[in-house]
Structure formats: structure tokens, C-alpha cells
Design a protein around this ligand. Structure first.
Ligand code: FAD
Length: 321
């Protein structure tokens, strides 16, 4: 059945994040030929509406307010509810990002509806929109359909292919006003940690280090390889716990979930909690000196060897390409 579907776009530093385009593609499937309406919330976001349309949205609705400059769940939920009340959608799609993970359950509870979170694929099968999502830390997948009420889902970044950008597409960008009030949190200042290179959660290539890197300096060869491949650095909790790197790099059940095209695990044993964060990567390469290491069970390519010898060799070879 054709539906009107709202898709929340996410902007950072004045640019839309990739997950916004992936969510539009998912929204198209959920809409089953109906209308896909992009939503942008922020202080000055309407200029980004055109790009959402070029990636497949039929039109875009924005709420612009200086109280939306930084994300707070109070302000964003009031703005999103204003859009929902004005548009009356039959479907809603968010990214399963830090923002989406916080906002989507709040909106679902306000609407008294369900939420299918962390969706890795969506398709129409047997007359239903079917959502697939991992369960038990990625050991199994479940398929879900919505039988009643609003179809509300959040999609895992880097899993759903965005539609091709079509610069000739046009559509309306209109605004909705929201009376944002009674905020319990006001963000006065954001102090950013200096982050090097590519954003881990959206990276196409991730080079991850484990306890096998042995020290903070042990990450240097991995950083060189990441530099050559245009990738991001990630880590196991073992490496974070040992203080070799910051916890913001942790991948796994209690860290970030990544799905890059290429994941190179260096000196990581492959504990189930680590696999939960990376086993859906498209190609996994494991470098470990223990041939029995569990990481080899999920790797597409395994290199048994010392990472301090193998990683610089890979870097030199990739430099030649
Ligand atoms: P180790 O298990 O110590 O493995 C180090 C590996 O490096 C070994 O396989 C060794 O053979 C190899 N090695 C050593 N030297 C070299 C060398 N020179 N060259 C090549 N290989 C070498 N872990 C996560 O990663 N993410 C999570 O989100 C997470 N959440 C958790 C949540 C809970 C509730 C619990 C209980 C645990 C969690 N863990 C998580 C921890 C997890 O169980 C493991 O302890 C951790 O992943 C191990 O990290 P590691 O593989 O780096 O270290």
C-alpha cells in the first residue's frame, strides 16, 4: 500500500551525512510508491533540502530554530512532533546513529507506536515491507513486518545503498513552525575532541588495532596504512582498556558498529563482543600471529604473522597502486 513516509536527514558541520541518503532509499521502499518527505531540523538547514531531493526525496520539510543548533532530545522531539502532526505520515525512517538511537524511541513512545531499530535491509516481499535486523550480537538475523499503526524504523549506517544522485530532480522545500519550549537541557558549548582523519562510523575502510599493537605507538603503522587507504582507525576494547587509544575508537557490542567495505583487524583475537561491531563488514582481513585466533573464523582473508611486519608491507604495496 502506497504510504507517505517521513525521512529524517542528519547534518553535521553544514553537510548532510551519508546515512541521510541511505534513509531516503529505505524510505522509498517503505513508501511502496507513495511520497517520501525529507525532514531537516536545525538552525539553518533549508539549503540542504535540495540535496535530499536529488537523492530521492519528493519534497522536504524543515524546522529552523536556534534551539535546534545542537541536538537535545527535548528540542528535537518537539520539532519532529510538529512535523509529524502537520504531515500525518504512515511511515517514518531515521538513521540508527547516536542521534537516531536517542530520538527514535522517544518519538515512538509519544506516538504510542512500535519501532524496528537497527535495520540492515528493507524489501517488499509477499505484499509486506519486510525489515531485517541483527539479533544476539549479530549471530542471527530476524525479519519483521508492521501489522498495525505507523511503520517506524531506524536503519544502520552503511548497509542500505543510497539511490544515485540526480541533479535534475526538483521539489518543494517548505517550513513548519514548532513551539519549542520548556527545555530541560541547553547546550552552552561543544568542546570537540581533536579527531584525526575519517569519521569511523561512516568510513568505507577501517583499520582496527587490538591488544596486539602493544602500545599507543603501536598504532602508528596502522595510521600510515589508514592514510594510504583513506580509512579510519578503530580498536578493540582490549586496546582501549590498555590505554593504547581513546574509547571513542572502540568497535563492538559496547562500542561503535561499523560496516565498511574493508575491515582490517590487526592483533585482535575476535571475541564475540568485538565481532558484534564489525562482522557485517563487506570484506574482512585479519592479521594475527596466532593461527587459532577466532577472528579468522569471520575473515575473508587471513594473514598469520606479526602485524609490525605485515602492516608496513601492505602500506608499501598499496602506495604503489
Ligand atoms: P586479546 O584478546 O588479548 O587479543 C590480542 C590478539 O593479538 C591475540 O589474538 C594475539 O594473538 C594477537 N597478537 C599479539 N601480538 C601480535 C602481533 N605482534 N601481531 C599480530 N597479532 C598479535 N571487546 C570489544 O572489542 N568491543 C566491545 O564492544 C566489547 N564489549 C564487551 C562487553 C562486555 C560485557 C564484555 C564482558 C566484554 C567486551 N569486550 C569488548 C571485550 C572482549 O571480550 C575482549 O576482551 C576484547 O575484544 C579483546 O581485545 P583484543 O582482541 O584486542 O585482545
Amino acid at each position: 500500500m502506497a504510504k507517505k513516509v517521513l525521512v529524517l536527514g542528519e547534518a553535521r558541520d553544514g553537510a548532510l551525512r551519508n546515512v541521510s541518503f541511505e534513509a531516503i532509499a529505505a524510505g522509498k521502499t517503505v513508501a511502496e510508491g507513495g511520497e517520501v518527505v525529507g525532514v531537516l531540523l536545525g538552525d539553518a538547514v533549508s539549503a540542504l533540502g535540495e540535496e535530499l531531493i536529488q537523492y530521492g526525496a519528493d519534497r522536504v520539510v524543515v524546522v529552523e530554530d536556534e534551539k535546534l543548533t545542537q541536538y537535545t532530545s527535548d528540542a528535537y522531539s518537539q520539532a519532529m512532533m510538529a512535523v509529524i502532526e502537520s504531515e500525518n505520515p504512515e511511515g517514518i525512517v531515521f538513521g540508527h546513529t547516536a542521534l537516531g538511537k536517542d530520538l527514535s524511541p522517544k518519538i515512538a513512545s509519544k506516538l504510542g507506536t512500535g519501532l524496528i531499530s537497527d535495520v540492515t535491509s528493507v524489501e517488499v516481499a509477499g505484499g509486506n515491507v519486510v525489515f531485517t535486523r541483527p539479533i544476539y550480537s549479530g549471530k542471527a538475523f530476524e525479519k519483521k513486518i508492521v501489522v498495525d499503526g505507523i511503520v517506524f524504523a531506524s536503519i544502520r549506517p552503511n548497509n542500505i545503498q543510497p539511490l544515485e544522485k540526480d541533479a535534475s530532480r526538483t521539489g518543494e522545500v517548505s517550513s513548519v513552525s514548532a513551539d519549542i519550549k520548556d527545555l530541560r537541557t541547553i547546550i552552552k558549548e561543544v568542546v570537540r575532541k581533536a579527531s584525526e582523519g575519517v569519521d569511523l562510523s561512516e568510513a568505507k575502510v577501517v583499520i582496527a588495532g587490538g591488544r596486539g599493537v602493544k602500545s599507543e605507538e603501536g598504532f602508528e603503522p596502522l595510521k600510515e596504512l589508514a592514510g594510504v587507504l583513506g580509512g579510519a582507525i578503530g580498536a578493540s576494547r582490549g586496546a582501549c582498556d590498555a590505554d593504547y587509544c581513546d574509547y571513542s575508537l572502540q568497535i563492538g557490542q559496547t562500542g561503535k558498529v561499523v560496516t565498511p567495505d574493508l575491515y582490517i583487524a590487526c592483533g585482535i583475537s575476535g571475541a564475540i563482543q568485538h565481532l558484534a561491531g564489525m562482522s557485517n563488514s563487506k570484506v574482512i582481513v585479519a592479521i594475527n600471529k596466532d593461527p587459532e585466533a577466532n577472528i579468522f573464523n569471520v575473515a575473508d582473508y587471513g594473514i598469520v604473522g606479526d602485524l609490525f611486519e605485515v602492516v608496513p608491507m601492505l602500506t608499501e604495496e598499496f602506495k604503489k597502486l
